[in-house]
Design a protein. Structure first.
Length: 436
């Protein structure tokens, strides 16, 4: 699966002297697994390391059945068309890199090899058409069709053609890798053999932990957090145990009734805003329901007068109406941030957001004035919960919405005489992007 090169030389006495440092194989593989599932996510590389780990341990009689089960689970991925897409992407990436060379002979080789690239795409498409997993196959076919269309004009020569071809091949690489990542990640997400269910060991009231970041803007440092609190109307997915969380604190608090889970969630929100890790300027919440937001608004109002807090938090809801059962919320500290103007808070829906996936779901956009030591700066915040199933139109609709917001028609014009044009305001996305 992976090539490992080790260098050594043989002395006159016949002793082997290593040049490269020796590494513990298992330690190296598990380090790669952490890297490819976290800091630098790469689903195919992660699958390969899972395979290597189980092959290594199984051959040495460690928990043989479990590792054989793992190998059997991963085999369809490594033999599937998604893995072939990764190889085709590597082919396209190699051709793009070759075009950095200005020699005519090298560039001619690249253009001559495009037919082989097109042929590989045609072959993998035939495999997709025979795939029983219809939704994944449709995703793959749409990707291949887009790539084939991108490659169609590439048949010229010369420096200008090479420059265009390099850009196209880089885009082709990204598109093929992105499609493979989606398919492989969703496959891994439905394989119970890959992870032990946590059940009662999960002691948090949501299936998502909060994530946060420090954002530096015009000399000011703002702490921002995003958190999916798990809507109570979606508890059936926890009870079906698709995530291995049935019997966890989530279900225990839900079954206790009397708003016990809402109270715990609000307690954590207030801890995030007031205590954990310092002052927070901004918190975006996904999967909120009216009862939770009503309770949270009461608690935020109380914080304005509490001697230990005295904080002025404002809560914005994205629902069409307050009673909408699933919506997002934006909480900001009015001492540090203020709405830029009367049109600073917008919720984009329908044709402007998820027309097909969920017309009622919003992409919320807020323009803030940030108070700094030297004056003020502007910041745009976007939040949403991308709807839908593992495949479908939601991801494309979200990307098109982002493109419109970040590069609107007539983007050179300003919004207000003293404000920056909307497209030039620094933008922070605090959202739950749902399935890959």
């Amino acid at each position: 699966v992976t090539n490992v090169l080790r260098f050594a030389f043989i002395t006159a006495e016949g002793t082997v002297k290593p040049v490269t440092k020796e590494k513990d194989f298992l330690q190296a593989v598990e380090g790669c697994m952490r890297d490819y599932s976290g800091k630098h996510p790469a689903a195919m590389k992660y699958v390969k390391r899972l395979w290597e780990r189980s092959a290594y341990l199984g051959q040495r009689n460690f928990d043989v059945k479990a590792h054989l089960d793992m190998l059997a689970t991963l085999r369809p991925v490594l033999e599937g068309w998604a893995a072939e897409l990764v190889q085709i992407a590597a082919h396209a990436e190699t051709l793009a890199n070759m075009l950095e060379c200005k020699e005519d002979a090298v560039q001619d080789d690249v253009f001559a090899d495009l037919d082989a690239l097109r042929s590989s795409l045609q072959d993998v498409r035939k495999r997709m058409e025979d795939d029983a997993h219809v939704a994944a196959a449709e995703e793959g076919i749409a990707c291949v069709e887009s790539v084939q269309e991108m490659l169609r004009p590439l048949d010229g020569r010369g420096s200008e053609a090479a420059g265009t071809a390099k850009e196209v091949l880089e885009d082709v690489t990204n598109l093929l890798e992105g499609c493979a990542e989606v398919v492989i990640s969703n496959f891994l997400g439905i394989c119970p053999q890959l992870a032990k269910p946590l059940h009662e060991e999960w002691t948090f009231p949501s299936d998502h932990p909060p994530i946060g970041a420090a954002v530096k803007l015009a000399g000011a440092e703002l702490h921002a957090v995003s958190w999916n609190v798990l809507n109570k109307h979606y508890m059936q997915y926890i009870e079906k145990d698709t995530q291995g969380l049935n019997g966890s604190t989530i279900t225990l608090l839900h079954e206790a009734g009397e708003g016990q889970r809402e109270k715990k969630l609000v307690e954590i929100v207030m801890d995030i805003l007031l205590r954990s890790g310092g002052t927070k300027a901004l918190l975006c919440l996904q999967e909120c329901w009216p009862g939770l937001l009503d309770l949270l608004e009461d608690r935020l109002r109380a914080a304005k007068t509490e001697r230990t807090a005295r904080r002025d938090f404002v809560l914005l809801r994205t629902g069409i109406e307050r009673a909408q059962k699933n919506q997002e919320a934006i909480i900001y500290d009015n001492r540090l941030l203020s709405l830029r103007d009367d049109e600073a808070f917008r919720c984009h829906r329908g044709q402007a957001a998820y027309a097909e996936a969920d017309p009622n779901k919003a992409v919320a956009e807020v323009f803030f004035e940030v108070k700094t030591a030297t004056g003020s700066a502007q910041l745009r915040v976007l939040t949403t919960h991308v709807p839908g199933s593992p495949y479908g139109p939601a991801r494309s609709e979200f990307c098109r919405c982002l493109a419109r917001l970040l590069n609107p028609p007539g983007s050179a014009s300003s919004h207000g005489s003293s404000d920056k044009p909307r497209h030039s305001v620094p933008t922070l996305l605090l959202a739950d992007l749902n399935f890959p």
